[in-house]
Design a protein around this ligand. Structure first.
Ligand SMILES: Cc1cc2nc3c(=O)[nH]c(=O)nc-3n(C[C@H](O)[C@H](O)[C@H](O)COP(=O)(O)O)c2cc1C
Length: 198
């Protein structure tokens, strides 16, 4: 028997279409707080969350559709699918890396030579990914469905400028909403091929 945390982890699914039900402000705040509680390299919390709804969200969906023909068939199809998810979701949360960790890195500790930027940038990405996972799991625990839309990275410059985030680095866009449909768990590879015990 699984405890509630493990059960919630198992229950989470990527859901790409949502119904009209709005998210409450209290639930959005709870989700953001969970994301903000994630571990982060040097506790720099070098993320920002941009809550996008109503007009700006429709502008985002429109932008994604508009840019989609510029890409190969498969990327274009993924972008159009993402646009549909964004359009149907009552709320989208974008996650941006602020670069704070990279900027303050020299005060924290030194990493030699050319590895310096890569090291701290990777730490920022990993920290924000932890925040995104917290966000997804918090949503699941509240009965709210979600999907992480990484494909928007392909048009990250356009997305960041629409969101008025000219300094940050694109990390993720997550669509959130309610859905009556339940999805079976997609196939997950067995631990036998994923784990090595030494
Ligand atoms: C980094 C990352 C990027 C993703 N990008 C997309 C995306 O652009 N579009 C999409 O529909 N799903 C996207 N997903 C969701 C995955 O397709 C999904 O997690 C995977 O198929 C497993 O399904 P599950 O989340 O229901 O377990 C992304 C997931 C991750 C972690």
């Amino acid at each position: 028997m699984l405890n509630p945390v493990l059960e919630n982890i198992q229950k989470r699914r990527s859901v790409r279409q949502f119904n009209d039900k709005e998210l409450s402000e209290a639930d959005i705040l709870t989700i953001l707080q969970a994301a903000n509680h994630a571990p982060s390299a040097h506790n720099q919390q070098s993320w920002r969350f941009i809550v996008v709804s109503v007009t700006k969200k429709q502008e985002l969906a429109h932008l994604v559709n508009l840019k989609s023909p510029e890409f190969s068939r498969s990327s274009s199809a993924l972008l159009r699918m993402a646009a549909r998810s964004i359009a149907s979701a009552p709320v989208v949360i974008a996650v941006v890396n602020t670069g704070e960790l990279i900027r303050h890195a020299t005060n924290l500790f030194s990493v030699d030579g050319e590895n310096y930027f890569d090291f701290f940038r990777t730490m920022e990405i990993q920290s924000s990914a932890a925040a995104v996972e917290n966000l997804l799991l918090a949503a699941t625990s509240l009965g709210i469905s979600s999907v992480w839309l990484g494909v928007l990275y392909l048009i990250k410059g356009n997305v960041l400028s629409l969101l008025e985030e000219r300094e940050g680095e694109f990390m993720a866009v997550v669509a959130l909403g309610y859905s009556e449909k339940t999805r079976a768990m997609p196939p997950k590879k067995s631990l036998e091929v994923k784990v090595k015990y030494l």
